[in-house]
Design a binder for this molecule. Structure first.
Ligand code: PAF
Length: 280
């Protein structure tokens, strides 16, 4: 496993790999890897010949006052985990190599970035789509892997790849959960013991929503109210949003008929967590 820190040297390496006819799988991450990330790596290992993991805490996707500085970082440990899973290449660039002085180009996916996390984190998806577009240009992967926990992110990246003819297949993999149901996230480490225990209410609320749906309820308002009641039963929670939306256009659905995404964002203390399920 080799670590590249400079985009131009990786571009050269990728050209060699492609000449040999190898299929490249990319797993973009911000590091502090957990089982959710590793499930993407394993899938990439199965599907492709050369697995590249990018590890980069992307400043462009954090707003002022967000957790860019304190975002957890553990490069050494990440490298050990990747080596164990047979990753071929790590791309861990320095910020000034990705955004050198004078940097001025951004990718903006419209409409579907106006709602949910896009509404509460202005500029977030502009930062995400820009850095992912840069990774796609540097690495030219055949397949790129994303987790469904960041459902809106996956939809935005799919849209971007299609709209800009990037020629990369986007695979979205299932959410990996802790034993008590909490979706795995690098940010879970921010939670103290009480908050960690309260955080169970997020998945519980989604499960009770699904139960209601399975018993025949199709009125989104009623299902959302149920979700809100479960989450608000915990003292340190503050709901950012709880929404039922279309799985492709992310527009609010009043009466559920086809497929629908239930997405929630909750602040527990100072930590903002997201989760979702798909109703079919
Ligand atoms: O999901 C993440 O970790 C990040 O948003 C991503 C896709 C690596 C872009 O920085």
């Amino acid at each position: 496993m080799k670590v590249y820190r400079d985009p131009s040297s990786l571009i050269k390496k990728v050209r060699e790999i492609k000449k040999q006819g190898y299929k490249i799988g990319l797993v973009p991450t911000m590091g502090f890897l957990h089982e959710g990330h590793m499930s993407l790596v394993r899938k990439a290992r199965k599907d492709t010949d050369c697995v590249i993991v990018s590890i980069f805490v992307n400043p462009a996707q954090f707003g002022p006052g967000e957790d860019f500085k304190k975002y957890p970082r553990a490069l050494k440990k990440d490298l050990v985990l990747c080596e164990k899973e047979g990753v071929d290449i790590i791309f861990a660039p320095e910020s000034k190599k990705m955004y050198p002085r004078g940097y001025s180009t951004y990718v903006n996916v419209e409409k579907i970035t106006d709602t949910l996390c896009g509404a509460s984190r202005p500029g977030h998806f502009r930062g995400v789509s820009t850095v992912v577009a840069k990774f796609f240009n540097i690495i030219t992967p055949d397949i790129a892997y994303f987790g469904r926990k960041d459902a809106q992110q996956a939809i935005v990246i799919k849209r971007m790849a299609e709209d800009l003819n990037m020629g990369v297949e986007i695979k979205v993999m299932p959410i990996v959960r802790e034993k008590d149901g909490l979706a795995m996230s690098s940010r879970n480490v921010y939670l103290n013991r009480r908050e960690r225990s309260e955080a169970q209410c997020i998945y519980k609320s989604l499960k009770s929503a699904k139960k209601l749906f399975n018993s025949g309820e199709r009125d989104s308002k009623k299902i959302i109210n149920k979700i809100k009641r479960v989450i608000n039963s915990q003292p340190d929670t503050k709901i950012d949003y709880a929404a039922i939306v279309g799985t492709k256009d992310l527009r609010d659905i009043k009466k559920i008929s086809g497929e629908a995404l239930i997405a929630v964002a909750v602040k527990i203390g100072k930590t903002r967590l997201i989760d979702n399920i798909v109703l079919k």
